[in-house]
Structures are given as C-alpha cells and as structure tokens.
Design a protein around this ligand. Structure first.
Ligand code: NDP
Length: 478
C-alpha cells in the first residue's frame, strides 16, 4: 500500500515518508505514506475553506447521491479494505470487513439525512412578523481520529460533516493511515469536488494545532490527555469542539443474572477486538453470591479464545496494535499484581506462528475499585473483577470512576436494570448487553471527561455539524 496526502483534489507527497508495520507479523511492512508538512496542512485547510461555499450550495439530491455512492464503493471493497485494516491494525479479518461495511452503512445513513434537512417556523409575538429557525453548515471541519477504528470512525465523522454541507480535513492516526487513504480514493471516485474532502497524514502534534486554528469545528476522538490538549488549543480560537475520549467501563453482574449470558457479554466486552475499544469493559462489578462462579467461568472463557494472526481463519483475537501499546499492557498487569490483584487468566505474551504483539485475554480478580488498575484506562485485553454486596454498592462502584463513557448490567430483574439505568452516570448504558458494540443511527458518546460537546452519530451529529440561525421576518401581513 502506498498513499499520499489528498489536498484540493490532488495527491501530494509531503515532506517525509513513513511506514506502517503489521502487528501480526512485525517484520512485514504494510504501507509507505507521506507525512504532510506544516504548509501542506495549511493548504489543506485553505482548500477546504475555498470549497465550502460551493459544497454548501451543492444540489441536495446530488450530494445525497454522492454520499450513497461512496457507501456503495466502501461496501463493494469491504474485503480489500478490511484486509488492509487487519494487516495495519490487527483486527481479525471478519472484524476488519465488518468495520468497513459499517463505514459504508454510515455513508448510506447520512446520504438519507441530506434530504431530511428541516427548519422550524414560528408565529411571532409581533404582528406582521414570523420567525424561522434554520440550520446551516458549521463550515470547515477538522477531523482527528485514533487508531482503533481506522475506517468506521473517519467514516462516521466525514459522512456526517459532508452531509450537513461542511468541508473536511481528516488526519488519521499515524499507525493506521491506510484506510483513510482508501476512503479518500473512494470519495474522489464518487465525484466529490476538489477541496471538499482533504486528507493529511502525520504527527498529531504538528498538524493538530494548524487544523484547530484554521477550522470552524474540530471533531476529535482519542485519549483523554490529548483531548485536554486540543481543547486548550481550541479555546484560543474558540473553535467549536466535539471530543470522544477514553473510558473505564464497568459491567455490573448481579446474583440474579443469567450466568451464561453474563459470561458471554462480559467476555465479549472485555476481550473481543483485543480489548481495544473505548467502550470495552475493564471493570466487572460482581455481587458476592455469584463472584466465585463468575471468576471461574470467565477464566475458562479467557483461556478458550484462539489468539493469532489477524488473517488466519480460526483467529478469534488478533494482536495488540503496536509494540508500545503491547509493552504498556504487560506493564499494566505487572503493576496490578504489584498492588495485590490476583492474576487468574492471561497476563502475558502468546506464541503464534508469526512474530507479533500477541497478548492473552487477561483477568485480574480480588481487586478493589481504589486500585490503580481500576482507575486508569488500559486499552488492551485486560479486565479486573471487584466484589460487592448488593445492587446499591454495585451502582456506587460503577459510578465511582474518572470516566463516564459506557456501563452495563447483567440481571434478570427489570427493577434492578431500571434502577441501574437511571443511576448510571455513563453516557451509554447497556442492559444484558456488552458495554461495547454501538449502532450508527443513535447518539454515541460519554459525559466529561469521556466526552465533551455534542454527541456523534445518529441525528445528534447534526447538532455539532450545523449552526442554528434564527431569522425574524417582518412581512407586514397581519
Ligand atoms: P491519541 O489521543 O494518542 O491520538 C488520537 C489522534 O490524535 C491521533 O490521530 C493522533 O495523532 C492525534 N494527536 C496526538 N497528539 C495531538 C495533538 N497534540 N493535537 C491534535 N491531535 C493530536 O489516541 P490513540 O490513537 O492512542 O487512541 C486511543 C484512545 O482513543 C483511547 O483513549 C480510547 O479510549 C480513545 N477512543 C475513544 C472513543 C470514543 O468514542 N470515546 C472511540 C475510540 C477511541 P498521531 O497518530 O500522530 O499521534
């Protein structure tokens, strides 16, 4: 895979090439890309600015058709893009293909919303007047994305931004730019006018500030600390911000839970996609009556997973994304043991047919919610179990967290499920379902510090990607 920056409808080399490597086979190079220089990023922002009036005025049916075509192309090339995704990020092939199809579906969804744009008409308090409330594009959008959803995440930001009449400059994570290059090619092929979508690759710390300063709005997904930095930067220019950040999501398991279901949703939430999901479960808050059974069954579930090369047909869990994250995960487990956690499954490296960053699904038991392992996001296949006495304590522990993204409960009691749903301070709650696994037609996001600003996806995206205009009209007709 070779990819350049896409600026004002042109494929352009930046200042220096960089490479990506396969986490399933660390000696295999996946792609060669080109890091945009500061002036490339400035030109991308300027191109988006020039293109914005034309795109805003672009015929709405033509805009919808174009987004639909982009969705069609993503789905038609799901195997090719999914394979690239799996090689670059390490998700299993079905996960890579599934994510690409989901990206295509996001484009289809937002294609439909183009023609659903509406305003409101009000009577006025003044005779002979009326008031119109309409929504307009916010303008030029900077989109900055992390490595863990290399195609779906850029897609849901870009599709929504374009649907609402904005132009975009996308900067994907440096570890996984390949899917963003594929997206740019597809948007070009679909017929997007020059400058409406631009892609710049390279370091966030160089490109980020330039993008934030020149944009009307920033849609950012990434780590909470990076989010804090971009928010501080955006404050200087008062750039509108939408931040989707980290999580430390809890799944409560009550004594009355269906244990087969509880173990299935708990292991899915913690370990699928190598635990590299912002909404993944990292804390199991388990009532005393089922604690021992839960720990034993979860350890069995962890040990049963087949870890391996992302492209092997029988692999259920692929590698960790890169060496830095891999070492951080292993250190996280050692630190947890150091503070008294009991390692009941995984915790270390797994040998596979190729040299990769393979880590066993890991379960820590006997932890308290005060321990560092239950306070800091680990972002790997690692979860810890905390014992509680009753539903009230379970809710309190689940809420006692520096993040507020997603939280779930496993219970057969409608009363406890509703009690939990109401009391949870997370942005998304799940009843008898994994804390991860989101749908594109409803709002996605957490409360601060897991999220900041309007939510993404669904029609909620319209709140971020548009501005309200209130118009008072004196037409003189009583
Ligand atoms: P990072 O915060 O390290 O990076 C995210 C993006 O920001 C990358 O494109 C990165 O560029 C860029 N960046 C880095 N520094 C700056 C800066 N100073 N200014 C502007 N941009 C910058 O996150 P990761 O890629 O490591 O992703 C993992 C994190 O993302 C986890 O914390 C996870 O929870 C969170 N996440 C949240 C989701 C949500 O919806 N709430 C969904 C998915 C992930 P570069 O690659 O060059 O470093």
């Amino acid at each position: 895979m070779e990819g350049l920056n896409f600026i004002d409808g042109q494929w352009r080399a930046g200042e220096v090439p960089f490479e990506t490597w396969n986490p399933s086979d660390i000696d295999e190079k996946v792609g060669t890309y080109s890091r945009a220089s500061a002036s490339d990023v400035e030109e991308a922002m300027a191109a988006a600015r020039r293109a914005q009036p034309g795109w805003r005025a672009f015929n709405m049916q033509a805009r919808a058709d174009l987004l639909r075509k982009a969705g069609d192309l993503l789905i038609a090339r799901a195997k090719e893009i999914g394979t690239l995704l799996s090689r670059e990020e390490g998700k299993t092939l079905p996960e890579g293909i599934g994510e690409t199809i989901r990206a295509g579906q996001c484009f289809h969804y937002y294609a439909g919303l183009v023609v659903a744009a509406k305003g409101e008409w009000f009577d006025s308090m003044r005779d002979g007047h009326n008031v119109l409330v309409t929504r307009e594009p916010v303008g030029v959008v900077a989109a900055i994305t992390p490595w863990n959803f290399p195609i779906a995440l850029p897609a849901w930001k870009v599709a929504a931004a374009l649907a609402y009449g904005n132009t975009v400059v996308l900067k994907p994570a440096s570890y996984v730019p390949g899917c963003a290059v594929m997206l740019a090619r597809i948007l070009e092929e679909a017929g997007l006018p020059a400058g409406v979508f631009n892609l710049v690759m390279g370091s966030g710390s160089t490109a980020g500030d330039i993008m934030i300063d020149a944009a009307d709005a920033l849609s950012f997904t990434g780590g909470t600390e990076t989010g804090r930095q971009v928010l501080l930067r955006a404050a200087q220019t008062m750039t509108k911000c939408q931040l989707e950040l980290g999580g430390k999501n809890a799944l409560v398991v009550l004594d009355d839970a269906d244990m087969d279901l509880a173990v299935a949703i708990a292991s899915n939430g913690a370990w699928i996609q190598t635990g590299q999901r912002c909404t993944g479960t990292e804390r199991f808050v388990v009532q005393a009556g089922v604690y021992d059974q839960f720990v034993e069954r979860m350890a069995d579930a962890a040990n049963a997973y087949r870890i391996g090369h992302a492209l092997d047909a029988d692999t259920q869990i692929g590698p960790v994304v890169n060496g830095r994250q891999f070492n951080e995960n292993l250190q996280f487990v050692r630190d947890a043991q150091g503070e008294g956690a009991e390692l009941v499954a995984g915790g270390g490296e797994v040998e596979c047919r190729t040299r990769g960053y393979y880590m066993a699904p890991t379960l820590l038991a006997g932890t308290s919610n005060k321990m560092t392992c239950n306070r800091h996001e680990s972002f790997g296949p690692i979860a810890a179990v905390i014992k509680v006495d009753d539903v009230e304590e379970a809710i309190a522990v689940a809420n006692d967290c520096d993040f507020a993204l997603s939280a779930g409960i496993a219970t057969t009691s409608l009363k406890h499920a509703e009690q939990f749903r109401r009391a949870s301070n997370a942005g998304m709650t799940m009843v008898n379902a994994p804390t991860a696994g989101l749908e594109y037609h409803v709002p996605l996001g957490g409360r601060s510090p897991s999220g900041y600003g309007s939510r993404e996806t669904g029609t909620a995206a319209g709140e971020f990607f548009t501005e309200i205009k209130t118009s008072y009209i004196n037409h003189g007709v009583i």
